[in-house]
Design a protein around this ligand. Structure first.
Ligand code: ZN
Length: 200
């Protein structure tokens, strides 16, 4: 039996060409963290309606489900807590508060096992709500742990970037989201810093 995949309602969103998506449904979690573009100063989750539309586009919520301000606030808090875990996957110290935020959010996130006609089974939200969509997002974290993929989902350590990216390298050694966007920039900065300190 296979796991029921998430079915996005349409092809969404346009991925940055330089950032390959994580395998399978893990890309949904990656996309969720990347709804906030720190460098560009933009946030796709700018309102409760925008959050609802985003979740519906990814097939995590029925179209037109009304969400509230509290949902939006929690979605943003969960997103940033996930980002902290992805930074920890990239060598940063684990943020205990982020762990607490996620653990508390999971308290009210209902999941149920659902079998489809072809025998596939997966855990799906027990309710069409933000809490249900959240449950599905957290289930993606659990599935990634089980499949051994979780340590490969990382956040870029460039403070001005912090993009979620998947480390495809053989020995799991990728540090930057992409060499083009951050790797070359940060290496050049480190080089300049070294040169400066050498010169005293
Ligand atoms: Zn980056």
């Amino acid at each position: 039996m296979t796991r029921t995949p998430i079915r996005p309602s349409r092809s969404y969103p346009p991925w940055p060409a330089s950032l390959p998506p994580a395998p399978g449904d893990l890309r949904v979690l990656q996309a969720f963290v990347n709804t906030r573009d720190i460098e560009g100063g933009t946030d796709e989750l700018e309102s409760a309606a925008a959050l609802g539309a985003w979740l519906a586009a990814w097939g995590l919520l029925p179209e037109g489900t009304a969400l509230g301000t509290a949902d939006l606030e929690q979605a943003r808090a969960v997103r940033e807590a996930l980002r902290r875990l992805l930074l920890a996957n990239n060598g940063a110290p684990l943020d205990k508060r982020a762990v607490e935020i996620l653990d508390r959010a999971a308290d009210k996130a209902p999941l149920r096992a659902r079998f489809s006609p072809d025998g596939a089974v997966g855990l799906e939200p027990a309710a069409p709500s933000w809490q249900g969509a959240l449950a599905r997002l957290l289930e993606l974290v659990v599935a990634a742990w089980i499949e051994g993929l979780w340590p490969r989902l990382k956040a870029c350590p460039n403070d001005e970037c912090q993009w979620a990216f998947y480390d495809f390298s053989k020995n799991r050694s990728s540090k930057w989201c992409t060499m083009k966007r951050c790797g070359n920039l940060m290496n050049a900065r480190a080089y300049r810093k070294r040169r400066k300190s050498q010169r005293g």
